[in-house]
Ligand binder design. Structure first.
Ligand SMILES: [Zn+2]
Length: 183
């Protein structure tokens, strides 16, 4: 495992070009300008009792083959965008595999009851494994400890409706994903 940070300023452009080739309808659009996205944000704030209040301001969401970006998008640097897009590309591929309806069923239905949302957790595990690979590629092994803390929080907390409230399992999954990283 390399601890040297790789530097590649063209990496984001290359990734975007390859995503547009793979998904011709892909686009990056603002949540703030979509009535549906604003409504989803209000709905999530209610069902999580205010635990998820940052859907529109901080969260990136793939829906209908587009990436819906929050208010924080313009301030995001190209490395952070690169890591994020690697994650979101996994969701685009899942959508190609399952279709919009299939993916929505797996992702959304188990929101009731909140917690133990296995479908959602499975979908996010696959995508966050790509986040781990991309973080390692861009920032090196030193960045993985902070990412691990963040992901344990994400899976067990309100961000995704307490989808998998077992921190030890998330830690183990993370460690296994790290062990699979390319040397
Ligand atoms: Zn995701």
């Amino acid at each position: 495992m390399s601890t040297v940070r790789s530097f590649d300023p063209g990496r984001l452009d290359q990734l975007l070009a390859s995503m547009r080739a793979e998904f011709p309808d892909f686009a990056i659009v603002s949540k703030r300008e979509s009535a549906l996205q604003l409504a989803i944000g209000r709905f999530l704030a209610v069902v999580t009792l205010g635990g998820q209040r940052t859907y529109v301001s901080r969260y990136h969401t793939v829906m209908f083959g587009k990436l819906w970006v929050p208010d924080s998008w313009p301030q995001m640097g190209s490395d952070a965008r690169y890591v994020l897009l690697r994650h979101e590309r996994v969701h685009l591929r899942q959508r190609a595999r399952m279709g919009d309806v299939g993916m929505a069923l797996v992702y959304l239905l188990p929101i009731f009851p909140l917690g133990l949302a296995y479908g959602r957790a499975r979908i996010e595990w696959e995508a966050y494994e790509e986040t781990i690979r991309a973080t390692h590629e861009v920032y090196g092994v030193a960045a993985l400890a902070a990412l691990k803390r963040e992901l344990v929080q994400r899976f067990t907390g309100p961000d995704y409706g307490w989808m998998w409230p077992f921190p030890r399992m998330i830690e183990r999954w993370f460690d296994e994903a790290v062990a699979r990283l390319p040397g």
